[in-house]
Design a binder for this molecule. Structure first.
Ligand SMILES: [Zn+2]
Length: 354
């Protein structure tokens, strides 16, 4: 959350000055150098400062990312490029495009992304590894899709609880979700873990369905008190999507305080390139979002406002924190920009809008 710093070099006019009789106009060439110096991918994801309870291992996305980075040497570079694309989009958002043709000069080959305007519709394929002890009904599935739509379109019943300090930052992402298919496969496995086996038929799971055009959502018993995990943009297509524990899909009394469908909202946030709101580090480690306050760790339960860390009030009601389902009810405008960027031209999920 510290502000992203961009340095801007203006390559001026100059060049043509010595052609007094020429009608040719060479436009000013603006070259933006996007500062990537604070970019990180590896995190100390075991750092859960506010929790002494191992069961509060809510989300394993960063741990899984650490594993994927080790297994795939090209992933870090791909994520760097996606981040640079995102920062370029945000930097140029609302600015008139330079008639000289983007920021393509010098050391910034990234073209200025063209935003995708209007509603983005994401078909969701739900892949269920069915454990009879943890049934997943059609009602759970339907309620989950409704919750995603409410949450991503600022239409949930708690949004009025956002404190005044953050009220102007609440985002309507105009991203909607439709149920495309449900695949079920019987499974007696009580602990799938986080090694993506549930995503591969060859390992007893269910293969992804056309992941370039569908959000694949696997539902299974993950084990270890883990609620879910997601794969960030840039990873392999075969494992692209999110995984949700069986008891935590949709409105589900078995899920307790996590039984209101916000695990999927949080994990889909990662799938759309959001980091945890505290940046998975101390105060100075950023979530790459300018309008979310710094924090030094996750919040749990249902914190009272204000909750102060890093000399500012935490946005504990943000979906990318670790609070209880009923106590998280907003994305910020800055997070919205990050998510929409991946559907812009050159974006890592542009295939969904093509
Ligand atoms: Zn997470």
């Amino acid at each position: 959350m510290k502000k992203l710093i961009f340095s801007l070099a203006i390559l001026a006019l100059a060049v043509v000055a010595c052609q007094p009789n020429s009608d040719e106009v060479v436009p000013n060439q603006e070259v933006a150098t996007i500062d990537m110096s604070d970019f990180y991918v590896y995190t100390d994801s075991d750092l859960e400062k506010h929790s002494s309870d191992a069961k509060n291992n809510k989300c394993q996305s960063m741990k899984v990312l650490n594993r994927l980075l080790k297994e795939n040497p090209g992933l870090e570079n791909r994520m760097f490029d996606i981040e640079k694309h995102t920062r370029t989009y945000i930097y140029f958002k609302g600015k008139p495009k330079n008639p000289g043709g983007g920021n393509g000069g010098g050391n910034t080959p990234t073209p200025i992304p063209t935003p995708y305007t209007g509603t983005i519709t994401i078909p969701v394929v739900v892949n269920i590894l069915e454990d009879p002890a943890h049934p997943v009904s059609q009602a759970h599935i339907v309620s989950q899709i409704a919750i995603l739509n409410d949450d991503f379109n600022n239409n949930n019943s708690n949004t009025g609880n956002v404190p005044l300090e953050f009220a102007s930052l609440v985002a309507d992402t105009e991203i909607t979700f439709t149920l495309a298919a449900v695949n079920r496969k019987a499974s007696s496995k009580s602990e799938w873990g986080t090694n993506d086996a549930m995503k591969l038929a060859s390992e007893g799971g269910i293969d992804a369905t056309d992941p370039a055009h569908n959000l694949n959502l696997w539902v299974c018993e993950i084990g270890g008190g883990i609620l879910g995990y997601a794969q960030f943009p840039g990873g392999a297509l075969a494992t692209d999507g999110v995984v949700i524990g069986s008891d935590f899909l949709g409105e589900n009394t078995a899920g307790g305080q996590y039984g209101h469908g916000r695990t999927a909202t949080h994990e889909v946030g990662h799938w759309l390139n959001l980091r945890h709101i505290w940046g998975d580090g101390r105060c100075r480690q950023d979530d790459f979002v300018a309008d979310t306050p710094s924090s030094d760790g996750a919040n749990y339960g249902c914190p009272s406002y204000p909750t102060v860390n890093c000399k500012s009030n935490d946005m504990t009601m943000n979906y990318m924190d670790y609070t209880d389902d009923n106590c998280m009810y907003m994305f910020s405008n800055g997070q919205n920009d990050r998510m929409r960027t991946i559907f812009a031209s050159g974006g890592s999920r542009v295939s969904f809008v093509q």
